[in-house]
Write a protein that binds this ligand. Structure first.
Ligand code: FAD
Ligand code: SIN
Length: 528
């Protein structure tokens, strides 16, 4: 079956939905999401959205904080553009009913690395508030169709599927093959926008939802696009540690209100690592400090002490955290919270401009799946909702400049199932998932060594061979396709980490502890 639309948006988080809502209504927009909306990392965001809204704050100061956190690798032009678009995004969100605390210049939250209380929020449920409103607003629009349970498998490109269309020296994206139930539908579009989020599920412990499997990054990489700086995977320092509960984020905003990191002797250990900024140092520093203390003590967690705050304050300002930890019997006004760092944010991604434009005509990449250069070597907290929203707006506004022409006449090959058979032993996929995530956690974590990275690559190469074999011989299932994407992303992360011969920002390589004075990007392409 073939479906046609003007603009195909793959992903229904902050980036995809903001983009859809900003596209002029004469365009037919189709949003695909592999799981029901509201969804994605957006839904889970707690801290908020960083934007300059107070007269006492300034774009220059926000820029300096972003550059400092990004360890000197931030693209200044890109950062300036995104930061100065912050107030436009805040007003646009407000026009859709999303009014955040701090939007009028006071009441913003504080997070590590920020020199001003500029984190606009809705209690500690910012992501849920934003994504529910965005999804509701999209459902009201006549030009937007949302298809949930639609899993994009591969991009359709002129060079592979419609050779006659291939323009000289320039490939073109024509849409995507999409798994809906057991069928694979061919979606054709004038423009395809990947807004598929990050890849936290590459690691055993992650703050992300199960859907964060790096699908868009893997799809773009397979289609020949350059992927940049994937060695910079951000670990959030404070996720709940509990043997039976999945990693649950304890927002940095709690540290912004004075919560302290302590070891099991009750000692505040950040003074050994960053005596000036202490718990509000950038995340790479705090996560490495926790990792180092855990190794020194031979324990699997540290503690976050918020007991100086009252029950009323915590319940009122941090309902998400308070109810989350209460579900495992912790009363944060009485007990320190056991925490562990967990994979949180993919700083690298598909090389894209701020409006999502990529090397390939007809393909945009926005939000966490993209690498614009905004975050440098480490993302400043709450800068990603800002980036995702601004990219969504810029992408929509630039798409709206073109003619609303459909690609009615185009014909491409349909998906071929060949002689594929159903997967009979799901243990094969389950085991590979578990080993991939363990390899990444054990060998490609917060602190890396060449030896561990090389070992990881060898193991992942073997896994990739098996996964490819399954891809070509088995009927497609979501689990198997996600595993394939995770394998692609994991190998790119390891290869990028091996390429960077220095330690900078989120990339700490014990064999090369120095920081190079020449700033370089790690760029990988499929045949490199
Ligand atoms: P997402 O919101 O992750 O959305 C991805 C979408 O793509 C989903 O709809 C998913 O279903 C869809 N999708 C993926 N693959 C496919 C496929 N193959 N086919 C079809 N659909 C697909 N950032 C901040 O700035 N402030 C915060 O306070 C903050 N808190 C966070 C808290 C947590 C726990 C986490 C995990 C992240 C947090 N972040 C925060 C980061 C931020 O939430 C994300 O970077 C941002 O929301 C990403 O938005 P996105 O639209 O790019 O992707
Ligand atoms: C948090 O609330 O600590 C997460 C903020 C972010 O990841 O930007």
């Amino acid at each position: 079956m073939t479906k046609r639309t003007d603009i195909l948006i793959i992903g229904g988080g902050m980036a995809g939905l903001t983009c859809a809502l900003e596209i002029p209504e004469e365009y037919e927009v189709t949003i695909l999401s592999k799981i029901g909306l509201p969804t994605g990392s957006t839904y889970l965001a707690q801290g908020g959205l960083a934007a300059v809204t107070s007269r006492e704050d300034s774009f220059e100061q926000h820029l300096r904080d972003t550059q400092k956190a990004g360890a000197g690798m931030v693209d200044e032009t890109v950062a300036r553009e995104i930061i100065t678009m912050g107030p436009d995004l805040v007003n646009t969100l407000s026009s859709w009913g999303i009014r955040l605390e701090g939007a009028n210049g006071d009441g913003g939250g504080m997070e590590g690395g920020h020199s001003f209380r500029r984190v606009l929020h809705y209690f500690d449920q910012t992501g849920r508030f934003i994504s529910e409103h965005l999804a509701d607003e999209c459902r009201k629009r006549n030009n937007i169709t949302i298809i949930e349970g639609a899993f994009a498998i591969n991009l359709i490109t002129a060079s592979r599927e419609a050779l006659s269309l291939l323009q000289k020296g320039c490939d073109r994206c024509l849409g995507a093959y999409v798994l809906i139930k057991e069928d694979v539908v061919t979606f054709l579009a004038r423009e395809t926008v990947l807004a598929t989020g990050g890849a936290g599920k590459t690691y055993r412990y992650t703050s992300n939802q199960d859907s964060s499997t790096g699908d868009g990054i893997a799809m773009a990489f397979r289609a020949g696009l350059p992927v940049r700086n994937m060695e910079f995977y951000q670990f959030h320092p404070t996720c709940l540690f509990h043997p039976d509960k999945r990693n649950f984020l304890i927002t940095e905003a709690l540290r912004g209100e004075g919560a302290r990191l302590i070891n099991k002797d009750g000692k505040r250990f950040m003074e050994y690592y960053d005596p000036e900024q202490m718990e509000l140092a950038p995340r790479d520093i705090v996560a490495r400090a926790i990792d180092s203390e855990m190794k020194n003590y031979g324990t699997d967690h540290m503690l976050l002490d918020a007991t100086h705050l009252s029950k009323t304050f915590l319940e009122e300002h941090f309902p998400e955290v308070t109810s989350g930890v209460a579900s495992v019997g912790i009363e944060p006004w009485k007990d320190p919270i056991p925490i562990v760092p967990a994979a949180h944010y993919c700083v690298g991604g598909v090389v894209a401009a701020t409006d999502g434009a990529t090397e390939m005509t007809g393909l945009r990449v926005i939000g966490e799946a993209a690498s614009t250069g905004f975050h440098g070597a480490n993302r400043l907290g709450s800068n990603s909702l800002l980036e995702a929203g601004v990219m969504g707006m810029l992408c929509a506004r630039s798409l709206g400049n073109g003619p609303a022409s459909r690609i009615e006449a185009l014909e491409v090959r349909g998906w071929s199932f060949g002689r594929a058979e159903p997967l009979e032993e799901s243990v094969l996929v389950d085991h590979s998932w578990a080993s991939l995530r363990s390899v990444m956690w054990d060998y490609v974590g917060i602190v890396k060594t060449d030896k561990r990275l090389r070992r990881a690559l060898r193991l992942l190469d073997v896994l990739a061979e098996e996964v490819e074999e399954d891809y070509w011989t088995l009927l497609p299932t979501v689990e198997q396709l996600e595993l394939r994407n995770l394998t692609t992303v994991a190998r790119v992360i390891v290869r990028s980490a091996l390429k960077r011969r220095e330690s900078v920002g989120l990339h700490y390589l014990m064999d090369c502890p120095h920081t190079s004075h020449i700033k370089t990007n790690t760029v990988l392409k499929i045949n490199m």
